[in-house]
Design a protein around this ligand. Structure first.
Ligand code: TXA
Ligand code: MG
Length: 341
């Protein structure tokens, strides 16, 4: 299959026409990847079982893992779910559009393979101008998982999508690098107290300022528990080569790097600017100085080190504050080993 690529980074008249073409293809049942403020999504008409099936096929995604339906407005969200409890109303008004997905009782408007047969549906209103314009032009809800091959790190640039899905999807709208860099917070709002199923761009603390008590799926802290979001049970975000995440001082980190090098391994390091400056080993990918920057650059870092360059990636562990919770959730899932040095 030929994969079209539309550059809309300039945001001019051409961009508008290109987004219109992408919207037509989505309405015709084809798969199109597009940028959101979190990561690139691979979209298809959420009301069409056949169109949605193409997403699962292109990604090699397990059939039991439900997709998020993307819409432009709260009015469109309301058309996909049953009654919205008042606490959810407040959350939507505060955080949407934005990096948050609400799991709510479905009214059956989405195709069965979007919800993987569950009685709930995940709905998100993305806050990216290109995603907004595309969704407004389409008018239909668009089912969209992250636009990577299943198991790989999510794409934060159109090139990442191209690398994974070129020839397998109908098109990619290139809106430049995404901002947040990690996927949305998934929050189950089907009961009286909301439960975070996947940490993301909106933190527990931010949510609690609006609704008081928020629970966290016990599976996020304990690997023995079965996660409530089907997708959280799979191996995820994995780079091409083994990844060790190391928690400890910079000296300990250096010791481990040197030990593995002596064993003949080519080691690539992922670290904050501060750590990278003290560590001074090459190759190191500097992920940035704040935890927000680190979140933005993490997936690109995990994709940068190829089998041809390194045999092992060593990444430092980051403090689990703010979006650091989501960063460490993804790193733990991606890691082949977690070392407390
Ligand atoms: O930021 C994001 O959320 C990105 C962009 C493209 O919007 N999308 C994304 O989708 O990360 P995906 O498919 O890679 O992850 C969706 C997660 C999975 O863990 C899935 O199991 C969970 O949300 N999920 C979706 N619908 C659900 C439902 N009804 N109940 C429980 N979990 C659900
Ligand atoms: Mg994903």
């Amino acid at each position: 299959m030929e994969t079209k690529r539309w550059d809309v980074t300039n945001n001019n008249d051409h961009s508008k026409l290109r987004i219109e073409e992408a919207a037509r293809m989505l309405k015709a049942g084809q798969t199109v990847a597009f940028p959101t403020e979190t990561v690139y999504g691979l979209g298809a008409d959420a009301t069409s079982e056949d169109a949605v099936a193409k997403i699962f096929q292109a990604k090699g995604r397990p059939q039991d893992n439900p997709l998020i339906a993307h819409v432009a407005t709260k009015e469109q969200l309301q058309k996909l779910v049953q009654d919205i409890p008042s606490y959810v109303d407040k959350l939507i008004d505060t955080f949407s559009p934005g990096p948050i997905t609400f799991v709510l009782p479905s009214n059956g408007a989405c195709a069965d393979n979007v919800t993987a047969g569950l009685s709930t549906v995940g709905v998100r209103i993305p806050d990216h101008p290109v995603a907004q314009e595309l969704l407004k032009t389409c008018t239909i809800p668009i089912a969209a998982p992250s636009a990577n091959l299943s198991g790989k790190p999510s794409p934060t640039t159109a090139d990442h999508v191209w690398e994974d899905l070129q020839g397998k999807i109908s098109g990619i709208v290139d809106g430049g690098p995404t901002g947040v860099g990690l996927e949305s917070t998934v929050i189950d709002c089907s009961q009286s107290i909301p439960i975070i199923l996947r940490p993301g761009g909106i933190t527990k603390e931010q949510l609690e300022l609006v609704v008081g008590h928020v629970m966290v799926d016990p599976a996020l802290a304990n690997e023995q528990e079965k996660p409530k979001a089907p997708g959280m049970k799979y191996t995820h975000y994995s780079p091409e080569v083994p990844l060790w995440v190391v928690s400890g001082t910079v000296d300990k980190l250096r010791e481990i790097v040197e030990k593995e090098r002596k064993r003949g391994k080519r080691v690539g390091v992922l670290a904050s600017t501060e750590t990278a400056n003290i560590l001074e080993v090459k190759p190191t990918m500097n992920l940035g100085s704040t935890i927000q920057e680190i979140a933005t650059n993490l997936y690109d870092g995990l994709r940068k080190f190829k089998q041809s360059d390194v045999d092992l990636i060593i990444c430092e562990a980051f403090p689990e504050q703010d979006i650091g919770q989501a960063v460490m959730n993804r790193l733990r899932k991606a890691a082949t080993q977690y070392i407390e040095a």
